[in-house]
Design a protein around this ligand. Sequence first.
Ligand code: PLP
Length: 397
Amino acid sequence: MNEKPTTSPSSPSDFIPFTRPSFDEATIAAVAAVMQSGWVTSGPKVAEFEAELSRYFGGRPVRCFANGTATMKIALQIAGIGTGDEVITTPLSWVATANVILSVGAKPVFVDIDPRTRNLDLKLIAAAITPRTRAIMPVYLAGLPVDMDELYAIAKTHHLRVIEDAAQAFGSHWDGKRIGSIGDLVSFSFQANKNLTTVEGGCLVLNNASETALAEKLRLQGLTRHGPDGMDVDVLGGKDNLTDINAVIGIHQLKNLPAFQARRVAIAKLYFELLKAGLKIASLQDFALQLPPENFTDSNWHLFQVLLPLQQLQVERSQIMTALKALGIGTGVHYPIITNFSLYRKFGYLPYTTPVAEVIGRSILTLPLFPAMSDADVKRVCSAFLLVLQQHRQASA
Ligand SMILES: *Cc1c(COP(=O)(O)O)cnc(C)c1O
C-alpha cells in the first residue's frame, strides 16, 4: 500500500510507481470481444498470438503458457532435466529461476555475476561444471543479454543445454538479432511488469516439432487427442495453458511494442543525462553511484537499475526507498540474492560464495521506467533521488 506522503505535497495521483503497464482502448475492446465471443480460454487467440510470436522470432516454433515460471519449468522438462541433474544459474534473479530447477528435482548451482553487467560471469562457468551438469540457465537482468557467442561456445564444449531465462528480455538483441530468434530454449514472461504483458503469461521458443508437441502436452495434463473422441495421457503434465483473454492482450501489446521500446530508450537516455549531470555537483562529486551499462544496441531497457555505494551512505537502501516514497517516487529491488532466502539456506546455500552478487543484491535499486512516463516524471525522479542521496551521504573525509 502507498503510505500517505509525509514530507511532500505529492498526492497519490502523482505518485510515480517503478513500473506500470500501458493498455490502449483497442486492447480493452479486444478483451471485451473475446469475452463476448463464447470462447474465453485457450483457443483461436492463443493460436494467433503464437503464430505472430513465431514470425517475430524468425519462424522458430513458439508455445504460450500461463506464466513465465511454468514456461521455464516446461523448458527444463523438455530438456530432460530432473532428479540428480545440476543446472548452472545466477543468484541475482527473481526466485522463480531457481525454484523451477528445484521443482523438477534438479539442483541449482549458483555462479557469481559480472559486476558490470550484473549477469552470470561466463568466465566462472567452466569451474562449476561437474559430471552432473546438464544445462546453463542465464538470466538477462533488466533486459541485457549475456555474451551469446561465449555462452553457446561454453555450452557446445561441455555438451550442455541452454535454457535462457529471457523473462525480462523481450525485444532485446544480440549482434543485431532478436533474443529468442537464436539460441536453444528461450523462455519469456508476460507478467504485468514486463515490457510486453498479457497480465500473466509466458512463451517458450523451441527448436523443433517434437519439442513443440511435448510442450503442448506438458501444458495440459500430458494430453493428446486423436479423432473426435480419442484421448491419451502418456506423460505427467500440468495446467499451464494461456487463455484467449490473455492472448488477445498480447497480440495488441506486440503491435504497441515498437512505440513502447522507443519510449523506454528515450527515458533511459534522459536518466543517463540527468544523473551524470547531477553527480557532478559539488556535494556528490566523489559519490560512487553506479549507473547501469550504457547499452543501446542490445538492451530493451526493462529496468533502470543503479548500485548504491552503501559505504558512502549513512543509511541502508530501505531508508533511501522510504525517503523516495515520501517524495512520491516508487522504487524496487530486483533482486535480493536467492541464496539468502531461508529455503535456500536450508538446502545449504551460502550467500558469501558469490561475493559480487551478495554486494549487488544489497545495493541494487530500480528507478521508475515505463512507457507512459513523461520527461517531467524522469526529471522529478532524478531531482528527488539526487536530493535524497545528498541528504543521506556520509560526510566526506
Ligand atoms: C518475471 C520473471 C520470471 C517469472 O515470470 P512469471 O511470469 O512471473 O512467472 C522469471 N525470471 C525472471 C528473471 C523474471 O523477471
